[in-house]
Design a protein around this ligand. Structure first.
Ligand code: PBG
Length: 319
C-alpha cells in the first residue's frame, strides 16, 4: 500500500491543511516597520500597516487565522498598554478588520500581561521579604479588562496565556457583562514553564526582569496535573484549549484528545521553530519535509490546529 503516491494518499490517516494553521504576529509601534527577530529568522516585529499586509497574505494562503501579540510603546507595573482603547494589538485588530482582503481571517488575540508589565511577569507583582510574588487574584481583573478590550477591538477569539488560576471564569463573566457573549475563549489550559519560549521573549520583549515563571506555569513533569488544568478551564467556560509547547509534550496533547471533546490547538513554540531553522541553515535537515513532518506529528497527536511560525511556508508547500 506504500508503492505509489496515490496508494499512500488513499490510506493516509492524518491530514494537514493550510486551514489547520494559525500564524502568530508581533505588532509594534511605528509605520513601515519590519524588524527581524534575530533568534527567529523569517519572523519580524511589524507595525500595524505591515501587519495588515501580512494578514492579507495569510488570507490569500488560506491559513486558519492569526494569533496577535503586541509590543507596546511603554510598559508599567499595571500593564496599562494591554487594555487601553489604543493599545497596540487593539489598533492592529481594527486595521486588519478594516481590510477587505483580510477581514475573514479568524483573529485570535493573546491575553497576557507580560508584554506590557515593566517587570515582564504575566501578572501583578509585589515584593516579599525575600523576593517577589505574582499575585493571582489581583491580576484577574486586569486580564478580564484586557480580554474585553480586545474583543471590542475586533478579536474573534481571546486566548489567555498567563496561567493564573480562575482567569477563564473571570474573562467569561466580564465578556458576558460587556456585550461580548459571542466571543469564544481559547484557553492555554496546559502551558508548561519551558526553555523553548526563549526566542519568543526576544520577539515580544517579554523576558522576566527577575525570577522565572515556574510559580505560575506548569512543571514539565506533570501530565495528570495538565488534565486537571484542562478540566478546570472547561468548567470555567473555556470553549477550546491550547497545549504548549508541542513537540516535547505530544503525549500530553494525545492525553487531552482522549479526554475531552472540545477543539484542541497545539503551539509549536518559538524554540521549536528556531532550532529547526538553525538546523536548516547548517544544512543538517531538509527544510520542506521537516517542516511538514513536524506539523503532521502535532496533528497526529490529536490537535485540530497548530499555531506555528512556519504557517506561511507550510501553506505554500501544501498548495
Ligand atoms: C505570554 C506568552 C508566551 C508565549 C506565548 N504567550 C511566553 C511566555 O510564557 O514566556 C510563548 C510562545 C513561543 O515561545 O512561541 N505569556
Amino acid at each position: 500500500m506504500r508503492r505509489t503516491d496515490s496508494l499512500r494518499a488513499l490510506v493516509r490517516e492524518t491530514t494537514l491543511e493550510p486551514g489547520d494553521l494559525i500564524y502568530p504576529l508581533f505588532i509594534c509601534p511605528g509605520q513601515g516597520v519590519r524588524r527581524e527577530v534575530s533568534s527567529m529568522p523569517g519572523v519580524s516585529n511589524l507595525s500595524v500597516d505591515e501587519a495588515v499586509r501580512e494578514a492579507e497574505e495569510a488570507a490569500r494562503l488560506g491559513l486558519g487565522g492569526l494569533l496577535l501579540f503586541g509590543l507596546p510603546e511603554t510598559k508599567d507595573d499595571q500593564a496599562t498598554g494591554a487594555y487601553g482603547h489604543n493599545g497596540i494589538v487593539q489598533q492592529g485588530l481594527r486595521a486588519i478588520k478594516h481590510s477587505a482582503a483580510a477581514r475573514n481571517l479568524v483573529l485570535i488575540a493573546d491575553v497576557c500581561l507580560c508584554e506590557y508589565t515593566s517587570h515582564g511577569h504575566c501578572g501583578i507583582v509585589h515584593e516579599t521579604g525575600d523576593g517577589f510574588e505574582v499575585e493571582n487574584d489581583s491580576s484577574l481583573n486586569l486580564l478580564a479588562r484586557t480580554a474585553v478590550s480586545l474583543a471590542k477591538a475586533g478579536a474573534d477569539i481571546v486566548a489567555p496565556s498567563d496561567m493564573m488560576d480562575g482567569r477563564v471564569g473571570a474573562i467569561r463573566t466580564a465578556l458576558d457583562a460587556e456585550d461580548c457573549c459571542d466571543t469564544p475563549i481559547l484557553s492555554y489550559a496546559s502551558k508548561f514553564a519551558s526553555a523553548f519560549y526563549g526566542p519568543f521573549r526576544e520577539a515580544a520583549d517579554s523576558a522576566p526582569q527577575f525570577g522565572d515563571r515556574k510559580t505560575y506555569q506548569m512543571d514539565g513533569a506533570n501530565l495528570r496535573e495538565a488534565m486537571r488544568e484542562i478540566d478546570l478551564d472547561l468548567e470555567e467556560g473555556a470553549d477550546m484549549i491550547l497545549m504548549k509547547p508541542a513537540m516535547p509534550y505530544l503525549d500530553v496533547i494525545r492525553a487531552a484528545r482522549d479526554r475531552v471533546g472540545v477543539p484542541i490547538g497545539a503551539y509549536q513554540v518559538s524554540g521549536e521553530y528556531s532550532m529547526l531553522q538553525a538546523a536548516f541553515a547548517k544544512g543538517w535537515l531538509e527544510r520542506d519535509r521537516t517542516v511538514l513532518e513536524s506539523l503532521l506529528g502535532i496533528r497526529r497527536a490529536g490537535a485540530d490546529f497548530a499555531v506555528t511560525y512556519f504557517a506561511k511556508d507550510a501553506a505554500r508547500l501544501l498548495a
